[in-house]
Design a protein around this ligand. Structure first.
Ligand code: FES
Length: 182
């Protein structure tokens, strides 16, 4: 499926990413996220280049990731730093992709495209999310549907009054006399 890759995406809320590995499928890719000992967040490809084991099932060794299959270890920059097998050489080709990440507005933003183009100033201003004068509710809703249907749904505000009259509907599309009749 084609995706716009050279842009920032909200990958998780800040409070979802801690010391434990968080795996999330984003733009068709399995992405591994966790918080490093300095408090920053790393986002890496979640497949070991050796035999493609899912790394979120492995374990943390300090800030490194140990593969659950044969024990290769990867640093948070994606490089292989330890190999318990054979001659213990660390193959240069065994490297995870590290996505550019920025934590802002209570969220973890990741850049799935060309890392050299990742400009943090391009993250949309959602400062109202962390404004002390506002109250918000956030969460994660996994939907088994093409993401384009979700975009279409959210951009189509005209349906809310009619399909969701008792929840999301504001009745702003209805004649004034009907807005407060229920
Ligand atoms: S699959 Fe990861 S070390 Fe073999």
């Amino acid at each position: 499926m084609p995706y716009l890759r050279n842009c920032w995406y909200l990958a998780a809320w800040s409070d979802e990413v801690g010391d434990e590995f968080l795996e999330r499928r984003l733009l068709g890719d399995s992405v591994l996220m966790y918080r490093l000992s300095d408090g920053s967040v790393a986002a890496l490809s979640n497949r070991c280049p050796h035999r493609f084991a899912p790394l979120h099932l492995g374990k943390r060794v300090g800030d490194a990731i140990q593969c659950p299959y044969h024990g290769l270890q990867y640093a948070s920059d994606g490089s292989c730093i330890a190999n318990p097998q054979g001659n213990r050489a660390t193959p240069a080709a065994a490297r995870l992709h590290r996505y550019p990440v920025n934590e802002r507005f209570g969220a973890i933003w990741y850049w799935p495209g060309d890392p050299s183009l990742a400009d943090p100033s391009a993250i949309p201003d959602l400062s109202f999310l962390t404004d002390a004068r506002s109250v918000g509710v956030h969460g994660y809703l996994h939907t088994e549907a093409n993401y384009e249907l979700l975009s279409d749904n959210i951009l189509d505000l005209g349906h809310a009054d009619y399909l969701h009259p008792t929840s999301l509907g504001s009745k702003l599309n209805q004649p004034l006399e009907n807005r407060w009749s229920h």
